[in-house]
Design a binder for this molecule. Structure first.
Ligand SMILES: [Zn+2]
Length: 447
């Protein structure tokens, strides 16, 4: 029914949940120290599509997306903005609120649970204690490290051998560790304002947080774990090492990763300072155009972001709305009670079959555009698909208001003069010039 590409096996696989009809989905959330950028938007729209798809097909889905609300970046931001590193909770709250606004604008459904690291400390600490007991972790001067070589399957997600990894790890040698490959589970802090643990005061490493929060809210074994491609290594590799060492079995059956958003062929990221925040893009483009733009690209292909790309997405989206939404009034179908009936609609089935094939939204959009039949059934099926599968709003976009520059006004006046003089050849030539500049001239009959 649904096939997805599993990063763990590097294959497209049929999805079968551990418990029939129940799905536990974990997606790594943001570190709230700044506004979400369009790379974040792509990730959360991708998993929102998956979540909606599963729910629509009768699965009981539990979707968990966390907030990493304590981190070096939050502490630095608190120092910079408030002159007090302990005010990182205020930084976190500000950007969590902003993130929720952005997700709402993109019509992303709210996950069932959104745990925060600062509220999950007891389970993080007991997770680390369990790893120490089993010999997978050790304490040095109040820090706790994970013993990577003890986990025989380390590297299975990122397909790397320990030897390859060692070459990279030597560069940042830390003498406290037994082995350069080991990573921190707990970082000692002399500041008593941080959390108390059996190893002294401190705060957790990033990777352990997700292992602990996933276990807290979804259980020891989960169906699907998702995130951006940049998290595959080391973050997700380390999550597997931690969770499987403590809990045994396979931590997540399926690992799904969305590809990067790139700018000028480079990965867009905060650290490279080549990013656009969602809210800045929303000032110029309706969030539905942005959502549509994501859906026009397969989630596993890199998206080369450009404003020209957004402009053509807007044109295409308007066209699609004209095709399917404008017929609302005469379709007479109540979308909410339409689900049963629509499952057998041939056009709807063909649209859904693309999404069922590794979320191939590109294919389904092609079918939507190609459909020239405007019978009530297929128009209603298309609308239902747009709203409930693709998560697009059916509100028509407001007409775009454009500034008439003096150059455009000049051409309009010249053309009007030519028309009055009945110089049709000149009037037509001027109309062509206006068209080339992106303006469609419509002459209304004077009454
Ligand atoms: Zn994570």
């Amino acid at each position: 029914m649904l096939t997805v590409t599993n990063s763990l096996t590097r294959k497209k696989e049929q999805f079968t949940p551990i418990t029939p009809k129940k799905v536990n989905l974990y997606v790594c959330g943001i570190t709230p120290y700044d506004y979400a950028h369009i790379g974040h938007g792509r990730c959360y729209v991708t998993f929102d599509l998956l979540y909606s798809y599963l729910r629509l097909h009768g699965y009981d889905v539990r979707y968990c997306r966390n907030f990493t609300d304590i981190d070096d970046k939050l502490i630095q931001k608190a120092e910079k903005e408030y002159g007090d590193k302990h005010r990182y909770t205020e930084v976190a709250q500000k950007y969590i609120d902003a993130f929720h606004e952005d997700m709402e604008s993109l019509l992303c459904l709210k996950p069932d649970v959104e745990p925060r690291v600062t509220e999950s400390m007891p389970s993080i600490i007991s997770f680390i204690e369990g790893l120490i007991e089993k010999g997978y972790a050790y304490v040095v001067d109040g820090d706790v490290y994970y013993r990577v070589r003890k986990f025989a399957e380390y590297g299975k997600l990122s397909n790397r051998s320990l030897d390859d990894l060692e070459v990279g790890a030597r560069v940042e040698r830390n003498d406290k560790k037994e082995d350069p490959l080991d990573f921190a589970l707990w970082k000692h802090e002399t500041d008593k304002n941080f959390w108390k643990s059996p190893w002294g005061h401190g705060r957790p490493g990033w990777h352990i947080e997700c292992s602990a929060m996933a276990r807290d809210h979804l259980g020891d074994h989960i169906d699907i774990h998702g995130g951006g491609m940049d998290l595959l290594f080391p973050h997700h590799e380390n999550e597997i090492a931690q969770s499987e060492a403590l809990l045994g079995g396979t931590f997540s059956q399926i690992w799904m990763h969305n590809a990067f958003v790139r700018i000028n062929q480079e990965k867009m990221s905060k650290s490279l300072d080549n990013f656009f925040t969602l809210r800045d893009v929303f000032k110029k483009y309706n969030p539905m155009v942005v959502r549509f733009y994501y859906l026009q690209h397969h989630y596993r292909s890199p998206l080369d972001f450009s404003f020209e790309g957004l402009d053509s997405a807007e044109k295409a989206y308007r066209k699609l709305c004209k095709q399917y939404v404008a017929h609302d009034a005469d379709s007479g179908i109540n979308l909410d009670t339409y689900l049963e009936q629509i499952q057998s609609n041939v056009f709807f089935k063909s649209l859904v079959s693309f999404v069922a094939d590794d979320l191939n939204t590109v294919g389904s959009l092609g079918v939507l555009f190609e459909n020239r039949s405007l019978d009530t059934e297929s128009v209603a099926a298309g609308r239902f698909f747009m709203q409930y599968v693709l998560g697009l709003s059916l509100e028509p976009l407001p007409e775009k208001t454009v500034e008439i520059t003096s150059e455009i006004q000049f051409l309009l006046d010249e053309r009007e003069a030519a028309r009055i003089a009945k110089n049709w050849a000149l009037a037509d030539a001027l109309r062509d010039q206006l068209t080339a500049l992106g303006f469609e001239v419509q002459d209304k009959k004077k009454s």
